[in-house]
Design a protein around this ligand. Structure first.
Ligand code: PMP
Length: 312
């Protein structure tokens, strides 16, 4: 992986190798921190890098921090400004991933959330695909269960809870699959290891509700809006049984990392005919046009990084 040249670290942009913490740092010992994940897409025609929905990402980031009682003076607007400045300094002309982290810098023993400080770092790295077979990936139902809202809330992007995702991902990869679908303790589907889940059944787009231990994904929100307003689909948020997925017409993961990733087989069972379905195909085309700043109607979601005139 290419390391970043710069980091926003505790209030200023510094060379990446100066963004360091001590081994007693609370977050490193107890997982008491939260993170985010954004993408910026390069548009060759515009010679522009577009950061996708940063205000929404940073609002969720701050909400996650609130769950951990972190007191941060930042606003989504300020964090977007800082990210634009950081990406300008990196001066890339390729697709980029942005990783904000809110951490507890205190170097002390004692697990808790209260009476601690909090701080923020932001870095970026070049990033292509997160799952190679986006047009038809293989998935399995994980034998792990999703952490519950009353254990560690999945609606917050809490560092410690990603050990649950790591168990899920590693077992899926070692078993020869690219991803896993994770069930809640009650047997209903929550999401993937780091992405939300959708299926098409009876011509209706279905996804688990936000009360089923899922991250409230920005891509999920984007997909629901596009499906309803642009692609003429009925969208229903409801619990999903495992065996419904075996009978689905289409299934896919979505998230900032995986983007829109069709699932073509689950536990070796083909989803419909085992090829990317027509809805997922259309959705992917539209999504990639939007994130690259090619759809004027959705320009409000694209924050340009470099100064200068833009096309369209
Ligand atoms: N669920 C989990 C567990 C995730 O880690 C992610 C990635 N952030 C998502 C869903 C997708 O969220 P988003 O669309 O906001 O990236």
């Amino acid at each position: 992986m290419t390391l970043p040249n710069f980091a926003y670290f505790r209030g200023q942009i510094v060379p990446y190798d100066q963004a360091k913490v001590g081994v007693l740092t609370h977050t490193l010992n107890y997982g008491t921190g939260v993170f985010g994940g954004l993408r910026a897409y390069w548009n060759e025609a515009d010679k522009q890098l577009y950061l996708f929905r940063p205000l929404d990402h940073f609002q969720r980031f701050l909400n996650s921090a609130r769950l951990l009682c972190m007191e941060l003076p930042h606003t989504p607007e300020k964090l977007t400004e800082v990210t634009v400045e950081l990406l300008r300094k990196e001066a890339r002309s390729e697709d980029t991933y942005v990783r904000p982290l809110a951490f507890v810098p205190d170097e002390q023993i004692g697990v808790r959330l209260h009476d601690l400080h909090s701080d923020i770092s932001i870095v970026s790295i070049p990033m292509g695909r997160y799952i190679e077979s986006e047009e038809g990936s293989s998935a399995t139902f994980s034998s792990w269960r999703r952490i519950d809202d009353n254990s560690i809330p999945a609606r917050g992007k809490i560092i410690g809870s990603y050990v649950n995702s790591a168990f899920i991902k590693t077992d899926a990869i070692r078993a020869g699959y690219e991803e896993a679908i994770v069930l809640n303790a009650d047997g209903h589907i929550s999401e993937g290891s780091a992405e939300n889940f959708f299926m098409v059944r009876g011509g209706v787009l279905v996804t688990p509700p936000v009360t089923d231990n899922i991250l409230e994904g920005i891509t999920r929100r984007t997909v629901i809006q596009l499906a309803r307003e642009e692609l003429g689909m009925t969208v229903v948020e409801r619990p999903i049984d495992r065996t419904e997925v075996y009978l689905a017409e289409e299934a896919f993961f979505c998230g900032t990392g995986v983007q829109i990733c069709a699932i073509s087989n689950i536990d070796k069972r083909p989803v419909a005919d085992g090829k990317m379905g027509p809805f997922v195909g259309k959705l992917r085309d539209l999504y990639f046009r939007i994130v690259r700043g090619m759809e004027p109607k959705f320009r409000a979601w694209n924050v340009p990084i470099y100064p200068g005139p833009l096309n369209g």
